[in-house]
Design a protein around this ligand. Structure first.
Ligand code: ZN
Ligand code: ZN
Ligand code: ZN
Ligand code: ZN
Length: 373
């Protein structure tokens, strides 16, 4: 009999999915027929040590073990010791627990101090490695898509593009990412870290930022998250630390295209016509704070007046656009102008800027082009 305990609901890509449904789709007969035929527990199960106990509070029932040098799912082996499998980490025999009440899983047969987190980590790493290696052999592109933490845009990339080698725990300048992908020059093209309880290695994160290499992080904390690694054609990392934009040479943050806008407006105080200059970066408008010297020069040539004033809020002297008639400054916040003015106007593409350290890579004055909205 199947009980609801066999059907844990879990989230996958935002949708609730039944664990059993997925298992059945992948291993159709094994699971159902075995359970129906076989209701009595073998005495050997009583002696078995409690499982690959849990990381944190929940016990993870690990559904994989090693058999003949390969990882096998519990649904593909006979129950009890007849499964002929071992723990992939400590290599001692395991029993396949395939009763009617608890999710099917493997347990160490004898007492062991084998660390369950290490086992989870090991299995996840190898399942993922096998999947990527197979995709590489079969020329599958393995496209991943993610929301960028650095620039908030959606990015996507073919993970196996230019990859010729996939390495497990390979040492690279003292770093040991769980999986690293290499091109034909043996340069890393991406790193993968499996996270069970610990955060990903800080040095690996820093290395990836510095060298502009994608870092994929997988969170493995349940039987389902392990099975998902084997089950689906694509891979779904929990986090991708990578911005596909060009890197700032100074601080390694992403560089954004900047567009200079010169807008004909009326002075907010005296109503006289005036020129307002703003820089649009990643869908936002900024004031002179985000102008390079050349950007300012272009703005001046187009009739914009800049003036120094004392900003009461920041308690600092700042430069901002001023009214030619009454001299009042318009601060460097342009949120109100965003919707009203931008759609009607053309900006001048001026190159790139780093929003973090405000490093500018200016386009040559002659090649700066007006872009029509
Ligand atoms: Zn073990
Ligand atoms: Zn990005
Ligand atoms: Zn920077
Ligand atoms: Zn005015």
């Amino acid at each position: 009999m199947l009980t609801t305990k066999h059907r844990p609901l879990y989230k996958f890509h935002g949708k609730s999915v039944e664990g059993l449904y997925i298992i059945n789709r992948h291993w159709p007969d094994v699971m159902t027929t075995k359970i129906q035929k076989d209701n009595t527990a073998e005495p050997v199960l009583e002696k078995a040590e409690p499982l690959f106990a849990a990381p944190q509070k929940n016990k993870v029932k690990i559904p994989y073990a090693e058999k003949e040098g390969r990882l096998v799912h519990v649904s593909t082996v006979e129950r009890g010791l007849k499964c002929n499998a071992v723990c992939p980490v400590c290599k001692t025999p395991v029993v396949a627990r395939k009763g009617a009440k608890i999710r099917h899983h493997f347990a160490h047969y004898t007492a062991t101090d084998c660390n369950p987190e290490t086992v989870l980590h090991f299995i996840a790493k190898h399942l993922l490695y096998q999947k990527l290696q197979k995709a590489l052999d079969q020329n599958q592109p393995m496209r991943i898509t993610w929301k960028c933490k650095a620039c908030s845009n959606m990015h996507s990339l073919g993970l196996l593009e230019n990859v010729t080698k996939i390495l497990l725990e390979n040492n690279l300048n003292g770093l040991r990412p769980d999986i690293s992908l290499r091109d034909d020059q043996n340069n890393p093209t991406a790193f993968i870290e499996i996270v069970v309880t610990h955060r990903p290695d800080k040095e690996v994160v820093e290395y990836c930022t510095r060298h502009h290499i994608p870092l994929l992080i997988f969170h493995i904390n349940s039987a389902e998250s392990l099975e998902a690694l084997e089950l689906y054609d694509q891979i779904y990392p929990a986090v991708v630390l990578f911005c596909t934009r060009e890197n700032c040479p100074s601080c390694h943050a992403p560089l954004f295209e900047k567009h200079l806008f010169i807008l004909n407006v009326s002075c907010w105080r005296c109503g006289a016509p005036m020129q307002l200059a703003a820089m649009q970066v990643n869908h936002k408008l900024y004031g002179i704070t985000h102008f390079s010297e050349e950007d300012k020069q272009i703005a001046r040539e187009k009739g914009v007046i800049f003036r120094e004033y004392f900003n009461k809020k920041s308690r600092q002297r700042e430069v901002a656009v001023a009214c030619r008639n009454c001299g009042i400054v318009t601060g460097n916040q342009f949120i109100a102008f965003q919707k009203r003015l931008l759609p009607k106007h053309a900006g001048i593409y001026r190159g790139k800027i780093c929003l973090k350290c405000r490093y500018h890579i200016d386009l040559d004055l002659n090649t700066s082009t007006e872009t029509q909205k």
